[in-house]
Design a protein around this ligand. Structure first.
Ligand code: ADP
Ligand code: 5GP
Length: 189
């Protein structure tokens, strides 16, 4: 892993900030980037696809995968497990690829700790907590209880916004995208 020239770009943002929206735009512009598909125990949302958005699994299976050291990092987020495949990430990085991960702050911390020379993390913040709540409502994929949990977690995640390599505010989508694409250009080199 250490000798490789690959890179890991992490997008870290409270749920509902707009990272999926921005990442769709990034992948259209930078098609050579690879996407790290995480494994999760959360339920599949309408429109999501197995193997594209996530690998969906049970709690028991996820815990057995933890025991077998199959995750390079994993975390419990909003009451569900999420993890990054050790086999996939190690392979694509050793082949010199640039891989993009969507991780929470715990996963981002552990990836930076494990691969400090390979990893760059971009925190994306919403304009305000109220806007975040409105975006989660507008997306209409989660019920009120889940939205409240996500908004509460956002408050603690936002305390960490200055701890990473880059910070972008997603207020106006086009200007957030402009900032993000120049950060990607800089990292990709
Ligand atoms: P995340 O992936 O961070 O959970 P999404 O990309 O699903 O968030 O965005 C949440 C909702 O907010 C979606 O309905 C999306 O269309 C909307 N959205 C994203 N960025 C903006 C923006 N800059 N202005 C207004 N709405 C936005
Ligand atoms: P969502 O359920 O909205 O898709 O994701 C919820 C949270 O889990 C987001 O903060 C997202 O970044 C995080 N997440 C997704 N995949 C992983 C992963 O593999 N590892 C970690 N640590 N967090 C993840």
């Amino acid at each position: 892993m250490k000798k490789s020239t690959g890179k890991i770009i992490i997008i870290v943002a409270p749920s509902g900030t707009g990272k999926s929206t921005l990442l769709k735009m990034i992948f259209n512009e930078f098609p050579s980037l690879l996407w790290s598909v995480s494994t999760t125990t959360r339920e599949k949302r309408p429109g999501e696809l197995e193997g594209k958005d996530y690998f969906y699994t049970s709690k028991d299976k996820f815990e057995s995968m933890i025991k077998h050291n199959e995750f390079i990092e994993w975390a419990k987020v909003h009451g569900n497990y999420y993890g990054t495949s050790r086999a996939y990430l190690s392979k694509v990085i050793s082949e010199g690829n640039i891989v993009v991960c969507d991780l929470d702050v715990q996963g981002t911390d552990s990836m930076i700790q494990n691969f400090p020379d390979h990893t760059r993390a971009i925190f994306i913040e919403p304009p305000s907590i109220e806007t975040l709540r409105l975006r989660l409502r507008k997306r209409a994929t989660d019920d009120t209880g889940v939205i409240n949990t996500r908004v509460n977690n956002a408050k603690s995640e936002l305390l960490r916004k200055h701890d990473f390599h880059y910070l972008v505010k997603n207020d106006d989508l086009d200007s957030a995208y402009e900032q993000l694409r120049s950060i990607f250009r800089e990292i990709i080199g």
